[in-house]
Design a protein around this ligand. Structure first.
Ligand code: B3K
Ligand code: ZN
Length: 878
């Protein structure tokens, strides 16, 4: 545990390091119960005077301390719980110290721990201080040499960052390996792995001719599941060379898969450690979505080698400097491997369903936060996904070529440095000459801006006036907001659906005006007047989601149907359908609240029928268009969230559409029955096939459920298996129960597949789900020590099943609160994530508010809780 009263760290208190670490040598004598770590640092004082050396440590003892080879007297050091301060050191010196760790007892999975019998580390953000005393801050970069020693039989493989230097045998069945990383790096990028692992090997030749040895290390029984990860890695390496001119810089690149991991993966220099969920895949065990996610995460961590490792963050407030940029890069990579519009739709859905709520709740913070208690709580959707949107907007403003020049300059100027988001923006400005002055507010101001747009056509002057008003709701510590610089990509469609030339007042006469423009919205209110518009147009606004804002325009049902049919922007065609569905579903919610029967809106039915029959449209886009907005997104549109009415409205519409279009769903389903292959087109076909099955099953009729059951039996791969199971999940009965039992029996020994079985049940809308989740916590396969299992069962229940989590009797809250408290003692990071499910209590009715608040108070009041959970719960109550 950290200090008893958690303190906030503030951006304004940043001070540069006073000491440089020129080199560090680490020596690990590995043993699961008692690992000895010796560290030898060569240090230089950077400031005049006698600034002491401050080293960070957490849960660490100190077994030995020497300066320049001699014991350092007690009166010139102070050992505090989290700091070791050395006074009166010479301006250059060698400090050697020794610590002892207990890796097997480490359940927080930060620092050095044991997973599946193997040693591994996780240091970002501040895990290195659990290994040894060190200036554990990202602006202290140094060159590492690491010696590992372990038992040869149980740990045949010994890995660390950089290049292998030496290996050898030792007496007593032990052996050692030495690694050297020539690139100076901050401590958060340090890693070691030791254990009984095997590897899949490959090679990559960089464009300048460097031969790179590629290795994916896994437990022996998983060796047949590495192909996809390896192919993904090679694709990512080539893509980054071709797209951004970035080349790999060491002779070896290693990925290690471990089963117990707090997040997705970690970009340690040359030695990525991955959650096995983002490495292991064969079609029999992993779904199409898993394959896509693996490719994306492998690429993300690889891309960090430049955006994060070669150029790193000055302090943790700059986290989005590496994360927002790297997410942007992985989004672009995935877009290039698949259908760009579908990727954009997925990213926007993700942003809206998770980041927008975060930005509207008590945890809201700017992309560059100003203060935190526990930095691990700030690996958020805002830092990652909104951060990526900010980078994307810069690209929109400076153009693709300008962006590439800006990025080249950024990497060239700051290679080997620890820098700030300001340095990134300045490089973009310097390379392109574009003034991004007001744009910087995107890093500083929290909350999702709202754009209220209105249009007025004047036939007499043939003009169309587009009026844009922007505002941004208050967020914690930021009651007043200033207007932002919002790039608004748009077009105007004439009554036949063609895009009109967009001539703005003030344009020169010479060139033909473009049919699409990016308007610079910078004022609280602004009007754009388009000339030569003969008939009232329908505007297509915020094309491609050109800014992370909530845009309102008074569209009629007819306008939306028109845009669905004619908009030349694939994203906006989808968006029009979503807006139509939102209107229809919210009308049903109101009807239900008034005690009326909902009805299926004919406009929505007609739109669905049209899309379903559009054979020319990519199956993947058809599937997106036919997917109703999620319950979370609908909740965001309501003053007071009514989880029951939302759930009922959405279920009603799914059932009604299932019935009304039964013949069409069936025909399309059958036509797609045999959809094989691993490419994006085949994946789109399978997604549409399974969506058709889900609609067919929605009304719960026997024949459809029997079809799903037989699809389950005949499934060729995990995508088909899960598609069938999902279609059955909301319908209690023998089909569902037999399939679930069969699945469990078949996959009991396979943790990643069994996670799917836990998650499916936790997500079910069927009655009795909370009881089932509670029973599953007693299942022999459940453990609070494995983050994937916790996320599968409790994460899915708390974040992906609003109707049961928010059940009026409060039992959902009770279950999750008890789990948070128990988990907090083992793994604060994962416990804090789970606690975010409670923070938006003010959005619900009085009775639910009361129960959620009481749960949060119980969490805050508990003595001995972690700062991680404390920060989340106390912010929620503030
Ligand atoms: N940088 C890591 C995340 C570390 C999280 C620490 N709590 C993975 C990534 O974003 O690539
Ligand atoms: Zn990252």
């Amino acid at each position: 545990m950290k200090d008893a009263t958690p303190r906030a760290i503030r951006l304004e208190d940043y001070a540069p390091p006073q000491w440089r670490v020129d080199t560090v040598h680490l020596d690990f004598d590995l043993d699961p119960e008692r690992t000895r770590v010796r560290s030898r640092m060569e240090l230089t004082r950077l400031v005049d005077g006698s600034a002491p050396l401050v080293l960070n440590g957490q849960d660490l003892g100190l077994e030995g301390l020497q300066v320049d080879g001699r014991d350092w007297p007690e009166d010139r050091r102070s050992l505090e719980p989290e700091r070791l301060v050395l006074h009166d050191l010479p301006a250059t010196c060698v400090v050697e110290l020794e610590t002892v760790l207990e890796p097997r007892a480490n359940t927080a999975l930060e620092g050095l721990y044991v997973s599946g019998g193997n040693f591994c580390t996780q240091c970002e953000a501040e895990g290195f201080r659990r290994i040894t005393w060190f200036p554990d801050r990202p602006d202290v970069l140094t060159v590492y040499t690491v010696r590992l020693e372990a038992d040869r039989a149980t740990c045949p493989v010994l890995l660390s960052n950089g290049n292998p230097v030496e290996t050898g045998d030792l007496p007593g069945g032990r052996h050692y390996a030495v690694w050297h990383d020539p690139f100076p790096k901050p401590s958060y990028l340090f890693a070691l792995v030791a254990g009984d692992l095997v590897c899949q090997q490959d090679r990559f030749t960089t464009r300048s001719g460097r031969e790179v040895d590629l290795r994916i290390y896994v437990q022996r029984h998983n060796l047949d599941r590495c192909d996809h990860a390896m192919v993904s890695l090679k694709k990512a390496m080539r893509w980054d060379e071709e797209t951004f001119g970035r080349e790999y810089d060491l002779d070896i690149y290693m990925i290690v898969a471990v089963d117990d991991f707090n997040m997705g993966a970690m970009e340690n220099k040359g030695l990525n450690v991955f959650n096995s969920k983002y490495v292991l895949a064969r079609p029999e065990t992993a779904t199409d979505d898993d394959f896509v996610a693996i490719e994306g995460v492998i690429a993300h961590e690889y891309f960090h080698n430049w955006s994060g490792n070669r150029v790193t963050c000055r302090d943790w407030f700059q986290l989005s400097l590496k994360e927002g940029l790297t997410v942007f890069r992985d989004q672009e990579f995935t877009a290039d491997q698949s259908l760009r519009a579908v990727k954009r739709i997925h990213d926007v859905q993700h942003l809206r369903s998770l980041q927008f709520p975060e930005d509207a709740g008590p945890m809201a913070h700017p992309v560059r936060p100003r203060s935190y208690i526990e930095i691990n709580n700030f690996y958020t959707m805002t830092v990652y996904e909104k951060g990526a949107e900010v980078v994307r907007m810069i690209q929109t403003l400076v153009g693709r070529e300008g962006f590439r020049r800006g990025l080249d300059l950024y990497f060239q100027r700051h290679d080997g440095q620890a820098v700030t988001t300001e340095d990134f923006v300045r490089a973009m400005e310097d390379a392109t000459g574009r003034d991004l002055g007001p744009f910087r507010l995107w890093y500083e101001q929290a909350g999702t801006p709202r754009l209220e747009v209105d249009g007025h056509h004047d036939a007499a002057t043939a003009t169309y006036r587009l009026t844009v008003r922007q505002s941004c709701p208050p967020t914690p510590d930021q009651p007043e907001k200033r207007p932002m610089h919002i790039p608004l990509r748009m077009a105007l469609l004439d009554p036949s659906g063609r895009p009109l030339p967009l001539r703005l007042h003030g344009d020169g006469d010479g060139e033909a005006p473009p049919v699409e423009r990016v308007l610079d919205v910078t004022e609280a209110e602004q009007t754009f007047v388009f000339q030569g518009v003969e008939a009232p147009p329908v505007p297509s606004l915020l094309r491609g989601f050109s800014a992370p804002v909530k845009l309102q325009f008074p569209y009629t049902h007819e306008d939306l149907a028109f845009l669905m049919a004619h908009d030349g922007d694939d994203f906006n065609r989808w968006e029009a359908g979503q807006q139509l569905a939102v209107k229809v579903l919210l009308a049903q919610v109101r009807a239900l609240q008034a005690g009326e029967e909902p009805r299926l809106d004919p406009a929505l039915e007609a739109a669905f029928a049209r899309v379903l029959e559009d054979e020319a449209l990519d199956a993947a886009l058809v599937a997106e268009a036919l997917t109703l907005p999620g319950e979370g997104y609908l909740a965001e549109q309501m003053e007071v969230v009514d989880v029951d009415a939302i759930h009922r409205a959405r279920r009603f519409t799914r059932q009604a559409l299932g019935r009304a279009l039964a013949g069409r769903w069936r025909a399309r389903h059958d036509a797609l029955a045999d959809s094989r292959g691993g490419d994006a087109v085949a994946m789109g076909r399978r997604r549409l096939r399974d969506l058709c099955l889900a609609y067919l099953c929605a009304p719960g009729e026997k024949e459809a459920l029997a079809l799903a059951r037989s699809r389950y039996e005949q499934a060729q791969d995990m995508t088909g298996t899960m598609g069938a199971l999902r279609a059955l999940m909301d319908h209690p009965g023998p089909e569902r129960d037999e399939a679930l039992a069969d699945f469990e029996a078949r996959w009991r020994q396979d943790p990643l597949v069994l996670d799917k079985w836990f998650a499916l049940q936790a997500a079910s809308g069927a009655p009795g789900t909370r009881e089932r989740v509670e029973a599953l916590m007693a299942h022999p396969g459940f453990s609070l020590r494995n983050p994937n299992r916790v996320r599968a069962l409790l994460g899915t229940f708390a974040m992906g099943n609003p109707v049961h989590f928010h059940a009026a009797d409060g039992e959902g809250y009770r279950l999750v609160t008890e789990a948070i408290l128990e988990l907090d003692a083992l793994n604060p990071q994962v416990a804090a994530r789970l606690a975010t499910s409670l923070v938006r209590w003010r959005r619900f009715d009085a009775a639910r508010q009361e129960r959620m608040r009481a749960a949060l108070e119980r969490i805050v009041a508990r003595p001995g809780g972690s700062p991680d959970v404390y920060e989340v719960a106390s912010r929620a109550l503030a």
